[in-house]
Design a protein. Structure first.
Length: 230
């Protein structure tokens, strides 16, 4: 997974993460996303498990969220045990007015998409900087290492500019939790997220791309600690 600092304190992220955690009730199986915003959700759920007798099972989306959930004291289960989740909560890198989102800044979007698609309700938590009228950030594309060159060519044919994501030390590619590479593909403004999503999915060797079209509710945390729910 991409090495990112998830400990930076952010009032906006905390507000969004904690507000969304209030939708979680005892008895639920909860998909736990990856990243610095949903980390606040995970910590808050752990607090409620310890202090308020909240009884939940978490299904994690990465080794990072697994570590956080274990530290927080949230009992975990697998997707095989619970293929239908009650709710999933996760962050996003960008989200537009129609709730199409780009995810995968932490290289965890494949498992995040599987977990969120398994949930009856998918909540995204974000600070205001993530919102945009249209998507225009590079799309993370997880690829089988064997298929990297073909996928780069096909993304260029689609008008994108793909770049292999490098580890922070720039001593090699980022390796996902699934053992694959990530290409960040810049398409400029994405006018048709559904169309691009289908085109990317049809390239042999693409494991999963970071365009999400399954967001039900967006929790936007603001600097004053308030939260707007869309
Ligand atoms: C990981 C993700 C994250 O949810 C996304 O990058 C947002 O992270 P953060 O909350 O740290 O800004 O998609 O693959």
């Amino acid at each position: 997974m991409t090495e990112r600092n998830i400990s930076t304190d952010s009032p906006e992220k905390r507000a969004a993460g904690i507000a969304a955690s209030r939708m979680v009730e005892s008895g639920m199986v909860v998909g736990l996303g990856t990243g610095s915003t949903v980390a606040y959700t995970i910590k808050e759920l752990g607090r409620r498990v310890r202090e308020e007798e909240l009884e939940i099972l978490g299904v994690v989306t990465s080794y990072q969220s697994e570590t956080l959930a274990i530290e927080a004291g949230i009992p975990l289960a697998t997707l095989s045990q619970h293929p239908e989740l009650d709710i999933a909560i996760d962050g996003a890198d960008q989200i537009d007015s129609k709730l199409y989102a780009i995810k995968g800044g932490g290289a965890a979007h494949t498992r995040e998409k599987i977990v969120s698609t398994s949930a009856r309700r998918f909540l995204v938590v974000a600070d205001e900087s993530k919102t945009s009228t249209q998507l225009d950030k590079p799309v993370p594309v997880e690829v089988l290492p064997f298929a990297k060159t073909l996928v780069i060519k096909k993304i260029k044919d689609l008008g994108g500019k793909p770049e292999l994501r490098l580890a922070l030390r720039k001593d090699g590619p980022v390796i996902t939790d699934n053992g694959n590479f990530v290409l960040d593909a810049d398409f400029g403004v994405i006018n048709d997220p559904e169309g691009l999503a289908l085109q990317l999915s049809s390239i042999p060797g693409v494991v999963e791309h970071g365009i999400f079209s399954n967001v039900d509710d967006l929790y936007i945390g603001k600097k004053d600690g308030s939260v707007k729910i869309v």
